[in-house]
Write a protein that binds this ligand. Sequence first.
Ligand SMILES: Cc1cc2nc3c(=O)[nH]c(=O)nc-3n(C[C@H](O)[C@H](O)[C@H](O)COP(=O)(O)OP(=O)(O)OC[C@H]3O[C@@H](n4cnc5c(N)ncnc54)[C@H](O)[C@@H]3O)c2cc1C
Length: 374
Amino acid sequence: MDNTLYEVAIIGGGLAGLTCALHLSKQGVSVLLIEKNPFPNHKVCGEYVSNEVLPYLNSLGLDPLSEGAVPISTLKITSPNHKTLKTTLPLGGFGISRYAFDTLLYEQVNKNCDVVFKTVESISFQKEAFEIATQDSTMYKATYVVGAHGKRSNIDKKLNRKFIAQKSSWLAVKAHYQFDFQANTVALHTFKGGYCGLSKTETGAVNACYLTTYASFKNYNGIDDFQENNMAKNPNLKHFFSEAVPLFDSPLTIGQISFQPKKPVENHIFMIGDSAGLIHPLCGNGMAMAIHSAKLFSELFLKQQQTKNIDRSLLEKEYEKQWNNTFSSRLKMGRYLQKVVLNETASHFGFSLLNAFPGLLKTLINKTHGTRLR
Ligand SMILES: Cc1cc2nc3c(=O)[nH]c(=O)nc-3n(C[C@H](O)[C@H](O)[C@H](O)COP(=O)(O)OP(=O)(O)OC[C@H]3O[C@@H](n4cnc5c(N)ncnc54)[C@H](O)[C@@H]3O)c2cc1C
């Protein structure tokens, strides 16, 4: 048993958990961060970050661009039948590997609060405080718990969250490649049953990350067969997979990705990042939303803390309300866009419409993004 009573324990040190830990600890809150994997490590992600969070990251003392992150201003979307859309991104963004980005945050967090590398096995709430058990049977205590454990975790099973019982039809694959690619561009190449994002990272490597359905993937004999015989029907992906030199021994994969709605507060745990809701990756905004939700919770918590006696129930209601107001419509739009992209007829029509009315593409992008956070 660790007898310290932390004000806030954060479960999960991805972008949401790390940002929350940094924000709160910089304001004097005693924070414990529990993450199961030591840094640095690669994660399955498109690695394009919207600039909407850049001023906020700067305010926390973080500057991804000075770490070599690549400024990105253009979005290119292509289809297997040679259709192409190109637009400047209203806010723009930057390309950085999760390997570098998460580590950048972790190094700051580690200076400001306690971090342990363990897997949380259970969280119980009794008498206005939490007990958190890790896999080595250590018990940690905290007055508030933030769930930042990502899209799918053993914690969700323990909490019996609704989405975990529902079947999920998505899997994703990611790897870095050496490839001649325009640094200022993020490309989204669609193929039957999914789409693949390409963008440069701080090392000069191109990150290729795709999302597809099990229904589509199961017709092929593994990753290479899927890439060569399905994805390569898009000429841009054909060119990519024939020219690009893989930099990983083998690609990283994840399965059971769920886009079902989740609750932002469960069992008095404040959920941030993907554990509160995951936007379809084609929107390129999940990381910014994860960071934004950490800001939302941190600011509400600090505001309530000023009253000296935090009203837990009020804080929960207010967080839930603000989370829904800020993100619900973006998630809905993401689900809608995903359906259009994956339906051949709708997508064909969509390409023609957006080519005829280019302003519409920017409107759609704005509907899945926020404004610059300060
Ligand atoms: C295929 C794909 C492509 C994407 N591309 C993009 C993109 O280009 N741009 C973008 O903005 N977003 C993208 N996203 C979304 C983005 O990856 C997520 O929104 C973002 O990673 C969410 O951060 P997070 O901190 O909530 O979760 P994560 O980064 O997943 O962090 C969760 C952390 O919790 C830890 N954890 C879990 N369970 C436990 C436990 N029991 N105990 C201790 N630790 C635990 C995990 O180890 C992990 O480090 C993509 C998503 C997918 C699936």
